[in-house]
Design a protein. Sequence first.
Length: 727
Amino acid sequence: MYAIAQFALHNLFLLKMPVNFPTEPLISFTILLLAIFIVPPLFERLKLPGLVGLLLAGVVLGDNGLKLLNSNSETIKLLSDIGKVYLMFVAGLEIDIEQFRRTKNRSMGFGSLTFLFPLIAGIITGRLFNFSWNASVLIGSLLASHTLLAYPIVSRLGVVANEAVTVTIGATIFTDTGALLVLAICVGIHGGDFTAFKLFTLLAGLAIYSVLILFGFNKVGKEFFRRTGEEEGNQFLFILLALFLASVGAQVIGIEKIVGAFLAGLAVNGVLGNSPVKEKVEFVGSVLFIPCFFVDMGLLIDIPAFIKTLSSIGLTVAIVVALISSKFVAAFLAKIFYRYNNSEMLTMWSLSLPQVAATLAATLVAYQSLNPAGERLISEDVLNSVIVLMLVTAIIGPIITARVARFLQVTPATDWKTDSLSVWWESQEAVIKKPEKADNRLQQDYPPFIVVVPIYNPLTQRYLLEMAALLARHESGQIMPLAITQAHVNMDDPTLVTALEKSQERLRLALEISQEFEVKASPTIRIDDDVALGISHASREQNASLVVMGWGNTRNFRARLFGSLIDKVFWSSHCPVAVTRLLKSPTEIKRILVPVGDLTRATIGTVRFAQILADANQAEVVLLHVSDASGGLRQRRIPAHQVTNFTSQLSDITNQSKLQVNTNIQTIVGDDIAKVIIEQAQAFDLVVLRSVRYRTAGGLAVSEVTTQVINNLKCSIVMLGEPQSCA
């Protein structure tokens, strides 16, 4: 596909096109799409950030290269503006409000430090290079924010629960908000004729506007989502409308539209949660509009001026050094105030280094801001220096994080008994294994164990039902085979009648299988417009403990854009969901592998699931912990005590179970976690995984270990998803 696209571009360049070729909107848009489609994957294969490739694509396609795109064209301006506000909107969406609330005081403390010191360093740098006070303050604000570009790394290492990491994540809301407020004031002052009264008016208007957006949009959004229920299309349009209304409203009161976009992201953050609508919003932005913004940034780079900036490298070096040193001072002071260790300090420093989302958007706004005399707020030298700063910090920040974050210590979840998977099973073990000592309160508080099994494919339903029956029999529970039939306008529609007859036939087979395992079954047919919500509604009505469903196609384009059935069930279900790809009968499963990357509640729940399945089938469980050695860190440099400590904690957790299951722990150090898991899985009948997704601010794609493992495993798989409320 890439080869065809490159061939088409090559031949396109050879044609003698008319002079007005680049100004044709449709052709410009087509060239943009080709660049977005081809360039980022090529750079990611070279282990470089895709956004760097988009910047270079803008340089190559712009006035300094092939002259195929013009940053002044209406098409490019529109797409870039949308991308700019979309980038800040997504940055607001990505901030974990709940996490900020949990560490509010320390997050605000570190946020103040990592905001003020870079702000002061930027002001000093600006004054040293003879910039005005207003421009110097603006330069300081550009350094004050940060982008959590390395968040996927700490997620993959399983150290997000470390307080230093959560404090840094929470500080993002403070630094980004503060930087955008300073930007709004500096741009207003640069507009000319800016008195103290006008400054007061701007701040008052900004305060009122912020309250209206943050609280008004949040309240209206929750009410709209409550009323519309399952209408995801209208909900998607509502979110887009909120974004652009906030952006336009910001311009009306005299501040930059990216401030409104960021506030809108914060406002609807709690409305969207981790819903499928949020994924659609981020997907559209990350594959189209945000890349257009980065290409436009490349179009603005004047190569001769850029080379001149680098030749007189003083300003660039000063800005880069000011950013890196001031962020380090902030992290060092946080270490002293909050008594963090060196690994935690360095992790906070490296996480706060990358300057991408807010920095680039604010830089472009400042560069394009003109006063009545036609002078820019910041010069082209500053623009070029910030681009260099972005490239440097976007590369070294994640590298440092990968090296130091692995040394962080995370206390295992002490409240694992409140986990939605463990709580019932652990209490039920006391009832089943030692009924004479069982607490009567447990029997009253915990409902019967019900496993809902959606069935559709006669070729795979037997293994699904066997899996559910094994678990239900172990827990003295029952299964509920569920057949969902697509609703029709007329209930006497022949198609609906035929579908119901087929569902009844499948349920008869399900009843026979349940009788083989001596498990009570309650076959159920449900007519519903939405299959996923039909499954979730039925399991909620029966207060089910678990949903066991088969594997679907989650990799096609439609599934990515509109959300697969599995994604929707994961999101909407009130209980854990076990998605299975069974290649043999569950009764034949004797060796179960469970990759363990951290000690969170979700991970412990996955271990419990595997232990219960093994106990029901007299199988062996192996817990595999792979210590990632990527990022230049060699195996011999991984401290042995860290692996030993993790193994000890994991052993304590597994030993707390009353199940008589042969559970072994295996630790391996390797550069490629997915490869190690795949190699080890060859000797096992089943691999149990937990569903994990990683994102970056701005929606940039990140490789997922889980996806690689699923695509390459040759044995049976169970992927366990937690309810969103417990994630």
